[in-house]
Ligand binder design. Structure first.
Ligand code: HEC
Length: 372
């Protein structure tokens, strides 16, 4: 009895605690498991052109693409109570999956294979907001059938992030950054993004970047970036966060922007990634209303400077969300101006006059909302 009693008490306490307020609904996890199962069939084949086009794999690929498209549709349905960023990425995954399925059905295996390899971008972008590792068995199951040698280090890390094997991805990046291949400089920003935005860890990258800076073959322009990032890791770690999360994010973005000589230079990366982390967390718990409008606008500013996966159209979707959340509020007007500018650039050559029909309609609707 002496032994049983504490055990019983422990069970009681655990049950009384109930589900966590921010717990992910089981159905999202269930859907993710279906999505993962199809990815575990598709990825090993997609890295090998001959295997993807082989007759004997045809039925398995077609069925996995069907399951993936259905699972992505379900994820969209589950996303309706979530923030707009989640919903947008769920739609992006559904669109990519459907395009891969249709291309494959039409006998365009090359195009389908390209789409499959691209769709991990939306997995990575959406998971950036959920820092915990998934069970290691996902990685084991995925890589069991796969010749990892056919992937470059950066592509492997991308796939590890897509399946939420964050520890494995961090270790893989660290190996990559320690070797002497010239392409490693392109992975530093992704490595920082995983540490800062996903994990909120400003300490782990310090020795890795310090070693990189000491390596004699690092190009000068990269030295300048890495030096700045090291200084910022220390500065941001020492800086007390402001109480209001939106004010804090704004201060981080303004600070980062002040360090950039050119909009696309990466000197402000550390501040931008930490701002993204604050905004992701804020929107997960406040997905609607006027404060959310401001948060979407700020996250749009961040994403436009980070410039990761422009194909996913996150900036436009965030600006649209900023307008819809509070069309009469102070943020909507500037969000609309920015969105019009973005679309004019994206469909440039026409000065924004020949927008695709659906884009034009949405824009018209947003204008009517703001202008009343
Ligand atoms: C729109 C958002 C979104 C997209 C896109 C997305 N996921 Fe997820 N995923 C989630 C959420 C939310 C969870 C649950 C997180 C948690 O448990 O904290 C999750 C969990 C997972 C898990 C762990 C499941 C478990 O049982 O613990 C795996 C594996 C996974 N996703 C794989 C993928 C793959 C592969 C893709 C791309 C083909 C993908 N996901 C795309 C949101 C997304």
């Amino acid at each position: 009895m002496r032994v049983l009693l504490p055990l019983f008490a422990l069970i009681l306490v655990t049950c009384a605690a109930g589900p966590r307020a921010d717990a992910v609904p089981d159905r999202t996890r269930e859907t993710m498991n279906r999505v993962f199962d199809s990815v575990a069939v598709l990825m090993p084949l997609a890295v090998d052109e001959a295997a993807f086009e082989a007759e004997e794999n045809r039925a398995a690929i077609a069925s996995a693409l069907e399951t993936l498209a259905a699972g992505s549709d379900l994820l969209q349905v589950h996303g309706v109570e979530r923030d707009q960023g989640f919903q947008h990425l769920a739609r992006a995954l559904a669109a990519d999956s459907a395009a891969a399925r249709d291309a494959f059905a039409q006998g365009r295996a090359g195009k389908a294979r390209y789409r499959v390899r691209k769709l991990t971008e939306s997995c990575v972008a959406c998971h950036a907001r959920t820092p915990a590792d998934a069970g290691g068995e996902f990685g084991l199951r995925l890589f069991h059938n796969m010749n990892v040698e056919t992937l470059g280090g950066a592509e492997l890390a991308q796939l590890q992030q897509a399946t939420r094997q964050y520890d494995a991805a961090l270790e893989n990046y660290e190996t990559l950054l320690a070797d002497s291949s010239p392409s490693r400089v392109w992975s530093v920003a992704d490595y920082l993004a995983l540490n800062l935005r996903v994990r909120g860890d400003l300490v782990r990258p310090v020795p890795v970047l310090t070693a990189l800076l000491a390596s004699p073959d690092l190009p000068r322009w990269a030295q300048r970036d890495v030096k700045r990032w090291l200084a910022d890791l220390e500065r941001v770690a020492a800086r007390p966060a402001l109480e209001d999360p939106l004010e804090d994010a704004r201060a981080l973005i303004d600070g980062a922007q002040a360090q950039q000589d050119f909009p696309a230079d990466r000197q402000g990366l550390v501040g931008l990634l930490m701002a993204a982390r604050r905004l992701d967390a804020f929107l997960a718990s406040h997905p609607r209303g006027e404060a959310a409008a401001e948060a979407y606008y700020l996250l749009g500013r961040v994403e436009s400077r980070l410039g990761t996966s422009p194909r996913l159209g996150q900036v436009q979707s965030l600006l649209e969300a900023a307008i819809r959340m509070a069309p009469e509020g102070p943020v909507a007007r500037k969000a609309l101006d920015r969105l019009e500018w973005h679309l004019a650039i994206e469909y440039s050559g026409s000065g924004g006059t020949t927008l695709p029909e659906d884009v034009r309609k949405t824009l018209q609707e947003l204008r009517a909302l703001v202008e009343g």
